[in-house]
Design a protein around this ligand. Structure first.
Ligand SMILES: O=C(O)CCC(=O)C(=O)O
Length: 233
């Protein structure tokens, strides 16, 4: 499988019934959701390196892993088998790292009309926070997103043609770049799995005015290790 500049691999993955069941389970665990900084009542279920990697990532992952694994075991195994079919080598989870988790947003139709994905454009550099030997790995990392519940206007990913080399050349002013440079929209679809290397500037796609409902996605990463590919969040 080839990843790299701008490449998003998309495949059918979960049926609508499986998505509904996962969503039901996530909703039943509302007391474990963690409100996060950001608009649209942003919350997560699970521990994420990009949010928790500078704090107590290891302890937090350990505290949540049993619950996440017991609840979403079938889906995690399906994710593992999927990546084993497109990557070379063993694909596995490591209990010292967090299992894939969920992004949750809620829209009530009253949100400001000019949602701008450029405001949240970013690179997925979080592997550097949780894999101390990341500099010795030459394989590109992988980011994946599976929409399990979509709001009224659907969901998408926004992507710009900017890679880490260009990021450095811009003095890391990537948000200015995103605001002034055209981007490409990758439409999501319920139950499909979308994977890319996370190293193109990207963001959650635009939320059109009047959007209502919940946007729930299963999020995770794969990182190349000596053993194979480790899945984590
Ligand atoms: O929610 C999305 O569509 C994108 C998530 C994202 O930006 C990421 O996983 O890095």
């Amino acid at each position: 499988m080839e990843f790299g500049p701008g490449i998003v691999q998309a495949d059918d993955f979960l049926t609508p019934a499986e998505c509904a069941e996962i969503s039901r389970k996530v909703l039943s665990l509302e007391k474990h959701w963690e409100p996060r900084l950001g608009p649209y009542r942003f919350a997560t279920l699970g521990c994420a390196a990009y949010l928790d990697g500078e704090g107590d990532y290891g302890e937090k992952a350990a505290a949540l892993n049993e619950l996440m694994r017991d609840t979403f075991q079938e889906t995690y195994e399906k994710v593992r088998i999927y990546f084993e079919s497109i990557l070379e080598g063993e694909v596995y989870y490591d209990e010292a790292y967090a299992y894939p988790g969920f992004h949750l947003f809620h829209f009530d139709g009253q949100e400001i009309s000019r949602d701008r994905p450029a405001d949240r454009a970013h690179f997925d550099y979080q592997f550097a926070k949780v894999f101390p030997n990341f500099a010795s790995t030459t394989a590109l990392p992988i980011t994946f997103t599976i929409p399990v519940e979509e709001p009224s206007t659907g969901s998408s990913l926004e992507m710009w043609e900017l890679r880490p080399e260009g990021h450095a050349e811009l003095g890391y002013e990537h948000k200015e770049y995103a605001h002034s440079t055209p981007s490409k929209t990758v439409p999501y679809a319920l139950g499909r799995i979308f994977s890319h290397d996370g190293l193109n500037l990207h963001a959650m796609g635009q939320i059109p005015a009047g959007t209502t409902g919940r946007r729930m996605t299963l999020q995770g990463h794969a990182f190349r290790t000596e053993r194979g590919w480790q899945l984590y969040w």
